[in-house]
Design a protein around this ligand. Sequence first.
Ligand code: GUN
Length: 289
Amino acid sequence: MRVALIDGKAFAGMLREKIAREVADLKETHGLVPGLAVVLVGQDPASEVYVRSKGTQTRAAGMASFEHKLPETTPQTELVALIERLNADPAVHGILVQLPLPGHMDATAVIDAIAPAKDVDGFHISNVGLLGTGRTAMVPCTPVGCLMLLRDRHGSLSGLNAVVVGRSNIVGKPMAQLLLGEDCTVTVAHSRTKDLAGICRRADILIAAVGQPGMVKPDWIKPGATVIDVGINRIERDGKSRLVGDVDAAAAEVAGALTPVPGGVGPMTIACLLANTVTACRRAHGLAA
Ligand code: GUN
C-alpha cells in the first residue's frame, strides 16, 4: 500500500485564499479590517523567522499587521503594559506574544494579561477552560490545523482510536480535547508512558508532538493509520542543515496517510492564526463567526 502524503501546504494555501475573500467582504460590507498584533521579545532566530512570516501572511490576506519588537532585557511590567494598550486598541483584534519568552519573564502571567477575546493563540486560561468544557473558544492554531487535515481525510472521526504523543499546553493537551470533541477515543502518551510503542500501535490516528527527531518508529504504527507529525526539528546531516519531524521517515512504508515535514502541519499553523484573527474581529463587532 502506498502512503498518501497529506499536503498541508496546499490546504493552507486554499485556507488563506478563503480568509482573504472573507477579509475583502468584511471590508466591503462592514468597513472592517481585522488586525493582528505580534509581539517578539529578544532575538531568537527561529522566532524572528516565524514572526516575519506571520506579518507577511497577515498583510497578504488584506489584514492589518502590527509588529512590536522589544529588547531581550525588557522588564515584564513593560511587556504587560504594551499588552494592555493592545487590549484597549480597537484596531487590534488578535494579540500573539511569541514564545518562548526570555528567562526572567513568567509566560503564564504574560499570557493571562491578554484579553481572552483577543487571545488568537488560545493559550489564556479562559480559552483553555472553554475548550476543555466543549464551549466556543479561541482554539490553539497548530491543533486546529491538524484537526482540519484529519477531517479532510476521514470525514467523521467518530469512534476512532487517537493517540497523542506529547502533553504540551500548546499542542498535546488541546489536540486531545479537540479529538474528544470529535468523539474519538483519546489516549495522551508522554515521556513516562509505559509501552509507548504498543500504545501507538493501537492508534487509527497518531499525533506526534514531542520535539524529538524521528522518535516514532515504523513498527509503532498500525498499518494504514493516519499519522500527523507536528515536529519541526532542525538537524545536521551530511554536513547540511535540514528539517525533520518527530516521525521516522520509514513510517511512510506502514502508514496509510502521513503529513510530511516540511509541508504538512507547519503551514497550517499560520493559516489558522489568520482564521482566528478574523473570528476575533467578527465577534468584536457582533457578527456571526
Ligand atoms: N512559539 C512556537 N509556537 C508558538 C505558537 O503557536 N504561538 C506562540 N505565541 N508562540 C509560539
